[in-house]
Design a protein around this ligand. Structure first.
Ligand code: RB5
Length: 150
């Protein structure tokens, strides 16, 4: 598993905390920046760079961060094949993997503390998709994306 991580300027500290956390756990990652607290980046670009790596298969999952987590999730969900979930609680982070097969976790540095964010990262990365009846619903999301859901 390789994880794509990226943030805008409102979430640099949280991205760095997550990067170090992945490092400590021995989880492979690709850091799509930003790389400095003084750097500025509009949040759609954080989604673009990380989600492109998920789309291509270079990374299996993504973690994208902004001030609220909402902007990056809205942008990420415009990209084909991306199922991004903005989470601020443990239950959602777990079940968006188990039931929605979410492939991108979005969080807001101005919303949740670092401790909770790292817990959400761990549960998101370790929870498998359950498939079964949930696969039918994910296929419906994919049909919706293609304009084919009737
Ligand atoms: C940047 O100031 C802020 O608007 C952005 O990080 C995010 O919260 C948008 O959804």
């Amino acid at each position: 598993m390789k994880v794509a991580i990226a943030c805008d300027h409102a979430a640099f500290r949280l991205k760095e905390a997550i990067r170090l956390h992945l490092e400590e756990k021995g989880v492979a990652y690709h850091d799509f920046g930003i790389y400095d607290a003084g750097e500025k980046r509009d949040y759609p670009y954080a989604s673009l760079y990380a989600c492109r790596a998920v789309q291509s298969g270079d990374c299996s999952l993504g973690i994208v961060l902004c001030g609220t987590g909402v902007g990056v999730s809205m942008a990420a969900n415009k990209m084909a094949g991306i199922r991004a979930a903005c989470c601020g609680d443990f239950f959602s982070a777990k079940y968006t993997r188990a039931h929605n097969d979410a492939n991108v976790l979005c969080m807001g540095e101005r919303v949740i503390g670092e401790g909770l964010a790292l817990e959400l990262v761990d549960v998101f990365l370790s929870t498998p998709f359950e498939g079964g009846r949930h696969a039918r619903r994910v296929a419906q999301i994919e049909a919706l994306e293609r304009g084919e859901l009737e």
